[in-house]
Design a protein around this ligand. Structure first.
Ligand code: AP5
Length: 220
């Protein structure tokens, strides 16, 4: 059977993490979220966590070398598919990932990028109402609230607002996204491997659109 790779793409707060998680639950594919991996390293107080904390806090990209080593480690997992969330984020990371694919993927394995398109106004609204849990669960106070205020439905942990969800840091993250994303999207477009999803719909509807498009391409 061929291996499937779906690379979620979209501005910060577009909902790509939410959708990547929903897709991972529907499939047996492994999700690689670089943001989640970095946050776990920070929470566990590892050496890597200590060196990347300042980048996340400021909404800056972690140096490519550190990011790639984390991704390469995750790619060793045995699975019929991978879901990327938040990687690659610039041309260098794309080229590194393509080099890894050339080494590891077989001829009939399939890699597609999936762009969740959302405008800045909606992104800012979503991030200002986001609440996260250390277990990786993500809520929105209006559109996807936890059952009990401030408490994670899944693990009972205390919900918090991410440090990089402050307006000034959001503006910086958005700027970075627009500076870096075009060349990556252009690459997948030219390959005929870009799936575009309208991101300003309810969470469930977006998931349905994703599943429909993946089915059409015989990816699920
Ligand atoms: P990362 O965690 O990847 O952050 P991001 O890309 O900025 O994306 P977010 O996690 O903020 O948003 P999302 O699109 O996943 O949205 P979500 O589903 O949560 O990276 C964080 C940092 O790590 C970076 O700034 C950088 O420092 C570092 N980093 C990570 N990857 C790196 C890399 N490759 N290279 C270098 N550095 C890297 O949804 C947002 C909110 O909206 C939630 O509240 C959710 O409930 C809600 N929501 C979702 N969908 C909908 C909907 N359809 N309608 C209404 N609300 C919705």
């Amino acid at each position: 059977m061929s291996k499937k790779i779906i690379i979620f793409f979209g501005p910060p707060g577009s909902g790509k993490g939410t959708q990547a998680e929903m897709l991972a639950k529907k499939t047996d594919w492994k999700k690689i979220s670089t943001g989640d991996l970095f946050r776990a390293e920070i929470a566990n107080g590892t050496k890597l966590g200590k060196s990347v904390g300042k980048y996340l806090q400021a909404g800056k990209l972690v140096p490519d070398k550190l990011t790639l080593s984390l991704v390469e480690e995750s790619l060793k997992q045995k699975t019929s598919g991978f879901i990327f969330d938040g990687f690659p984020r610039n041309k260098r990371q794309l080229n590194d990932l393509l080099a890894v694919f050339r080494k590891r993927l077989k001829k009939n394995d399939l890699a597609y990028a999936l762009e969740v398109a959302v405008g800045d106004k909606e992104v800012k609204q979503r991030l200002s109402q986001r609440r996260s849990c250390a277990c990786g669960a993500v809520y929105h106070l209006i559109y996807n609230p936890p059952i009990n205020e401030g408490v994670c439905d899944i693990c009972g942990g205390k919900l918090f607002t991410r440090n990089d969800d402050k307006p000034k840091v959001i503006a910086h993250r958005l700027k970075l996204y627009y500076n870096e994303s075009k060349s990556i999207l252009d690459y997948w477009q030219k390959q005929g491997r870009l799936i575009k999803i309208a991101g300003e719909q309810p969470i469930k509807k977006i998931h349905e659109e994703i599943m429909e498009k993946l089915k059409k391409l015989k990816l699920v």
